[in-house]
Design a binder for this molecule. Sequence first.
Ligand code: C5P
Length: 224
Amino acid sequence: MKKIIITIDGYSSCGKSTLAKQLAKKLDYIYIDSGAMYRAVTLFFIRQDVNWRDEAEVKNALKDVHLEFVYNNNSGQAEMHLNDENVEHLIREMLVAEKVSEIAAIGAVRTFAVAQQQKMGARKGIVMDGRDIGTVVFPDAELKIFMTADPAVRVERRYKELYAKNPNITLHEVKENLELRDYIDANREISPLRRADDAIILDNSQLTMDEQLDLVSQWVEDAI
Ligand code: C5P
């Protein structure tokens, strides 16, 4: 069967990755979490104490960043490796979440990530989620989805996810972080988060996972 590119963009914690993983599994496609790449670069910059306001320093630091998605048989997921270290869990921590949108707004960082993302999609059969996938990374993708959900629902979802790993986290902290990231992502100069003109809007505030998957599976059939 013909393989296509499916892009899923939207605000933080709309459930993009959940849907992308389910779709990739169902279609036997590759799933790429583009946000993990920005998170891994952020972790590297924090660790190396890179002054990310200095363009030359950023460009120089990026030369030492090697990112790879490595499939883990136990988790059944592709996990983010930074310079051969599995950082899948570390990049989800608040320390990284607090800085990632600032770093993802830097031109050199985006050029670095987008080039690798485009290579991954060269053979199609891919579902990629992020903020600029349908607008910049794959403007010719066959199916583009723009996800939204009620902000209160999104905060609650992300809180539950983070609380499971760190019971010290507060709802307020999670809410502030989501709002800040959404604001920076939507208002940055380079590749801001926006719906591609040809993207279908999916508001999943009121949908169950099964209903959502059924709906999108129909869109996939129509796109193929
Ligand atoms: O998807 P996730 O929430 O893990 O992404 C983390 C951050 O990475 C986002 O808040 C955004 O700043 C950045 N990002 C981006 N472009 C993408 C994916 C993520 O700027 N395609």
